[in-house]
Write a protein that binds this ligand. Structure first.
Ligand code: HEC
Ligand code: HEC
Length: 348
């Protein structure tokens, strides 16, 4: 396994803190972000925000911290639960502070260092800026950044944690966002049965039905769900009927380009067995229903991806019963139990 050494190994820098209020020193003990052999190149630039033990721990505290929300009760982890690949289990649309219901399904948090944009419509183009959206969204955490910073600044434990994690030691928005990113870039899911099979580790083999599913997947799905991240990072319209109650225009919202109508980010399918319900609005409860949709439920909503156009001029991907069954067997090989149970990412 390739490892990315963030700072010179053994280089332990301790700066004495110049701020009078802090007695704790900055500790730059580097942590390595995993670079699995079967992954494409990392997108996140670690040079601008090297991960340190103290930064990662602070990021984790913040991820599980209710104070980031207006009623102090809705941490990031409320909607991003580890056992379900950090999705909001049991909710098609996430709900946040004061019972407000959002209009999209919570996405998994995994392999974000390898992604080029965030949210279903790509509204966040940099991971360091993404948390501003949930923190300030009325139906999610409903808080202002300045309130969050004053709550954290008033807490002596956070003062110490920020002092340990950042050279300037400040409890600031910038440092809060950097710490959250340090936590999230460490969240690499790369040890599913499928990964071990492609990397030829531990003599892992796939069964006949799983291999048949893999072949069907490569033939019919992998153009969009590409590479071992299972996404080509593009926004596409896969022919879902538009939900009239939400009329979610997807990527169109960001650039207002009519070509983007109803396009959504191609989701990674890692841990898809546990990350349901599916699609941007969580409309499908099971993988069986997803495959029935591709086979017979896609509609011409005006802007469907040409890849889905069939010879009879309808949209969709024709799948036999056996292809569906084997695709599901294959998709289940993408479940990474080591990740779902990794204590580094769990609440203490
Ligand atoms: C109220 C529920 C809720 C809370 C709280 C919440 N999220 Fe989310 N998260 C969502 C939903 C829903 C989406 C998809 C939103 C969209 O596409 O519009 C999402 C998307 C994301 C994504 C994008 C993932 C991707 O693959 O593009 C990241 C990263 C993320 N959240 C991190 C966080 C962090 C960090 C926090 C805390 C600061 C947080 N979330 C708080 C519900 C929530
Ligand atoms: C034309 C590109 C394209 C092709 C081909 C394609 N998909 Fe998708 N897939 C998407 C997009 C885009 C979404 C998200 C759509 C949305 O939510 O609006 C998606 C969503 C999904 C989801 C839901 C994931 C989640 O986290 O909610 C699953 C499962 C899935 N696809 C499986 C497959 C399988 C299996 C195949 C092959 C039979 C396939 N897809 C073929 C583009 C594609």
């Amino acid at each position: 396994m390739k490892k990315y050494s963030l700072l010179l190994i053994g280089c332990l820098l301790i700066f004495s803190c110049t701020k009078e209020s802090n007695t704790v020193a900055y500790e730059a003990i580097p942590l390595e972000v995993e670079l699995p052999d079967n992954f494409p190149d990392m997108v996140y630039n670690l040079d601008n925000n090297p991960v340190t033990e103290a930064g990662f721990e602070l990021g984790k505290d913040l991820f599980y911290e209710g104070k980031l929300s207006v009623n102090d009760a809705i941490p990031c982890a409320f909607c991003h639960e580890q056992a379900f690949a950090f999705t909001h289990h049991g909710h098609n649309l996430s709900h946040g502070v004061n019972g407000g219901v959002g209009f999209r399904n919570a996405q998994p948090i995994q392999n974000l260092a390898y992604q080029t944009s965030f949210m279903w419509n790509g509204a966040a183009s940099h991971l360091d800026l993404q948390p501003i959206l949930p923190i300030t969204a009325e139906v999610e955490m409903g808080e202002t950044l300045s309130n969050v910073i004053s709550k954290l600044s008033a807490d002596s434990q956070y003062q110490e944690k920020f002092a340990r994690a950042f050279e300037d030691g400040e409890v600031s928005t910038e440092n809060m966002l950097k710490a959250l990113s340090q936590f999230m870039v460490m969240m690499v899911s790369s040890n599913s049965k499928y990964d071990k099979y492609v990397r030829q580790e531990d003599n892992v083999t796939l069964t006949t039905i799983e291999l048949d599913g893999l072949n069907t997947f490569q033939e019919k799905c992998a153009t969009c769900h590409a590479t071992d991240l299972f996404t080509d990072h593009t926004f596409r319209n896969n022919g879902l009927p538009v939900n009239p109650l939400l009329n979610d225009t997807g990527r169109y919202e960001v650039l207002e380009d009519p070509n983007d109508l109803y396009k959504f980010k191609v989701p990674s399918l890692r841990n898809v067995e546990v990350s349901g319900p599916y699609m941007h609005d969580g409309r499908f409860a099971t993988l069986e229903v997803v495959l029935d949709f591709y086979d017979a439920g896609a509609v011409d909503n005006g802007n469907v991806d040409p890849l889905l156009l069939r010879e009879d001029a309808s949209y969709g991907i024709t799948l036999s019963d056996y292809e569906k069954e084997s695709l599901i067997a294959f998709l289940k090989t993408l479940t990474d139990n080591e990740y779902l149970n990794d204590e580094r990412f769990s609440e203490y």
